[in-house]
Design a protein around this ligand. Structure first.
Ligand SMILES: Nc1ncnc2c1ncn2[C@@H]1O[C@H](COP(=O)(O)OP(=O)(O)O)[C@@H](O)[C@H]1O
Ligand SMILES: [Mg+2]
Length: 391
């Protein structure tokens, strides 16, 4: 299936019965208006997002002429021609248009939707060039499951977005492709399957990325897919790395919520980060895992990048013999970068209401601790000016 938010609400001029029927199926959600070939001459600019033509419904010569007249328009809409009868003269005129595609019958409904979506994505105005090389990317990952990686990645992204004050300053990318929780924690529902994105590695650009992200707030977008058990298999290394590259071109800040288990793209994604934050809890197994995990990342990258360990859920009154910060650092054999206080009420309230803790419980210590972490990390010089490439 094509990304539905590319098609929803689009105005499509449909010429011919065979394609008009798509309104209830593959093009559901689009505003489809039936028309005639005669309309193609002098189309008002901007009236249609796409013209869909059933080639078999019209005389080939007349259609070729009508398509030719489209090229004379200042900004012709993208044109998709589908049918069995596609003579060379017609095809030539179609391909002369700035944005066009041809679909030979018989085709599956999904193919029609995919062709429409990709033409619409192509035709979207290119977003203003992003800050490019000034963009900064931080990766957040948990030493053990449930240590709070997603929670802290969200708070970091929100803090940076609020601090920037600009529109679309931050993109939070949930790389837990199969069952990421970031969208649920933020109370938003992504409509797209990342698998659709994955098939288009070579076509991923700023317009396509923007069509896939879910806006969370003025400054924060979320890149996440719907739950999809097969997503890790469906989305290849090239698509992931290209998506991250484009995200870094479009946003001032890119925050990655990374899965713990290594994927074929993990090291390269980490190599593009200027900070990698490993979240641990204050339990002996988590600390030992954090130490091993930080070593694995450091060795795997071989660039000198040292992951920073953040201890989450620090409690002022310990229940049971939890390690102190000093004991934790001994187990880690390194200094922890920062600590984040425990506040179950605030964490639960925010996920239940949907949104960052900073929004629902702005006075929580978690918020202050994450702000301090963000201040510290952002004061560091960006790393990617240095040669940071995966070996
Ligand atoms: N500082 C904290 N204080 C209290 N609860 C927290 C804190 N950080 C995370 N949590 C809670 O711990 C659980 C696991 O967090 P999550 O961010 O999903 O971990 P991970 O992404 O590492 O699996 C969630 O219920 C979350 O609300
Ligand atoms: Mg998580």
């Amino acid at each position: 299936m094509a990304p539905p938010n590319l098609i929803r609400g689009r105005r499509i001029l449909s010429l011919g019965a065979a394609v008009s029927g798509a309104a209830d199926g593959p093009l559901a959600g689009a505003v489809i208006e039936p028309g005639t070939v005669g309309q193609l001459e002098g189309l008002p600019p901007g009236a249609w997002d796409l013209v869909l033509i059933d080639a078999d419904a019209w005389d080939a010569g007349q259609l070729a002429q009508a398509v030719k007249s489209l090229s004379a328009l200042k900004a012709p809409p993208p044109v998709l021609v589908a049918g069995e009868n596609l003579p060379a003269g017609l095809v030539r005129n179609i391909l002369r248009l700035p944005a066009s595609d041809i679909l030979e019958a018989p085709y599956a409904p999904g193919q029609l939707a995919a062709a429409v979506a990709s033409l619409i994505a192509e035709a979207q105005p290119a977003p203003a060039p992003g800050p490019g090389i000034n963009s900064r990317c931080w990766g957040v990952t948990g030493a053990v499951g449930g240590s709070g990686a997603t929670t802290i990645a969200i708070e970091i992204a929100h803090t940076l977005a609020a601090r920037s004050g600009k529109e679309r300053a931050v993109c939070l990318v949930d790389l837990n492709l199969a069952d990421g929780a970031a969208a649920a924690y933020l109370g938003c529902s992504p409509t797209t399957r990342l698998a659709d994105f994955g098939q288009a590695a070579d076509r991923i650009d700023a317009a396509m990325l923007h069509a896939f992200v879910t806006p969370v707030s003025k400054g924060l977008d979320l890149m996440a897919g719907v739950r999809d058990a097969g997503a890790f298999d469906a989305v290849g290394r090239d698509a992931i790395l290209r998506m991250l590259e484009v995200a870094c071109e479009c946003y001032e800040w890119v925050i990655l919520d990374l899965p713990r288990h290594r994927r074929p793209w993990t090291l390269e994604a980490l190599a593009g980060c200027d900070e990698v934050v490993v979240i641990s809890e204050l339990t002996v197994p988590a600390l030992l895992a954090a130490r091993a995990y930080a070593d694995e990342i450091e060795d795997g990258l071989g660039t000198g990048l040292k992951p920073r360990i953040v201890l989450n859920r620090l409690a002022s009154r310990m229940f049971g013999p939890a390690p102190s910060m000093t004991e934790a650092e001994k187990a880690l054999q390194r200094k922890a970068e920062a600590g984040v206080s425990s506040d179950w009420e605030a964490a639960a309230a925010s996920v239940n209401l949907g949104g960052p803790i900073a929004q629902h419980r702005p006075k929580s210590k978690i918020v202050k601790d994450v702000q301090m972490l963000v201040e510290r990390l952002s004061a560091q010089p960006p790393r990617r000016d240095q040669p940071a490439k995966a070996a």
